[in-house]
Write a protein that binds this ligand. Structure first.
Ligand code: AHM
Ligand code: MG
Length: 324
């Protein structure tokens, strides 16, 4: 089985990008270790702080954020990082070539109940040399990502990675190495499985309500087949399932906070997951437009997400075009 860095080098990945991905994995291995210890490491529960988005921070959110920041900013290749858990980007080497955005521990409401969580990351290049440190460096559409991925901390720790040449998966071995376990992952075009937080149904747009009603109607309804539903409340685990056996995962716009276009964040969740899904042949949209075409206005911007099996996502989009 091939080592992550050897695989990437054999597949024409730029040496500096390989080095950066290796460094990122040093941080993720440390997070995986902390998670494995669980209550033994005293990592359960919350801190007394809230993040920039007003959410209570879990202890491990903070620990994971610190690990990633420390490891990345220590590397000469990194110009700066932006994190879901930080108000502003943090800058490193002024000559660094890359910018990294991350959700250090996605799905963190699952930590205390010992259910899968993950780290999501996106790598961008500094647009022009000589530009001063500022948040503007990061405000690039998802199409500009040079790599994206996640590490799912589940029964095993799995890295799903794209550098723009398909999606590959690597499993963390007891030796501490990530080894190639799935090559050129492809999302099935059709599906009979959907994932949405149904408890928000009353807040959705009519188009989303109609779409989900028709899924629930099963074989007797307009979709003509029986659908299964899953909700793990951990986007990394949901996307991993979609990459593994297809499906549609959606966190749509809802009316609870009309100013926010969705719950998930464009730069830490929407863009990297969209790159993975598209590179595996799937589709990732807001139900109106392709997520990676959005020009971000600020780093903590939210986005509505519907991603997964191409035909199913196209159908969901069609409901949004057809419903006034
Ligand atoms: P987080 O980054 O604060 O963990 O929030 C993102 C998570 C996603 O992983 C998941 O899809 C969603 O929030 C779950 O939301 P809900 O609490 O509505 O089930
Ligand atoms: Mg989070």
């Amino acid at each position: 089985m091939q080592l992550l860095s050897a695989y990437l080098k054999n597949h024409d990945t730029d040496n500096e990008l390989v080095e950066l991905i290796d460094i990122l994995m040093v941080a993720c291995k440390e997070i995986a270790l902390q998670l494995r210890e669980g209550a033994l490491a005293g990592i359960h529960g919350t801190t007394s702080d809230t993040n920039v988005q007003g959410e209570t921070q879990k202890k491990l959110d903070v620990i994971s954020n610190d690990i990633l920041k420390e490891v990345l900013l220590d590397n000469r290749l990194v110009r700066g990082v932006a994190s879901e858990e930080e108000d502003e980007p943090v800058f490193g080497n002024p000559e660094g070539r890359f910018l990294v955005t991350f959700d250090p521990l996605d799905g963190s409401s699952n930590i205390d109940v010992n259910v899968s969580v993950g780290t999501i990351f996106s790598i961008l290049e500094v647009p022009e040399t000589g530009t001063p440190d500022s948040v503007d460096l990061f405000l690039q559409p998802g199409r500009k990502q040079v790599a994206a991925g996640y590490v799912l901390y589940g029964p095993s720790a799995v890295l799903a990675l794209t550098t723009g040449h398909g999606v590959n998966m690597f499993t963390l071995a007891h030796t501490g190495d990530f080894l190639l376990t799935r090559e050129q992952v492809s999302v099935p075009e059709t599906t009979k499985e959907f994932a949405i937080n149904m408890s928000n149904q009353r807040h959705w747009e009519p188009a989303m309500r109609n779409y989900v009603d028709d899924l629930l109607a099963g074989a007797e309804g307009p979709r003509g087949k029986n659908y299964n539903m899953r909700w793990i409340a951990s986007m990394v685990a949901e996307v991993h399932r979609v990459l593994t056996r297809g499906g549609i995962f959606t966190y749509p716009w809802d009316s609870r906070d009309p100013k926010k276009p969705g719950k998930l964040r464009l730069m830490y969740e929407g863009n990297p997951m969209s790159m993975l899904i598209e590179q595996a042949g799937g589709l990732s949209t807001t139900c109106y437009q392709n997520i990676m075409d959005i020009q971000p206005a600020h780093i903590h911007q939210r986005v509505a997400v519907a991603l997964g099996s191409r035909e199913e996502v196209e159908t969901a989009m069609q409901y949004h075009q057809d419903t006034p």
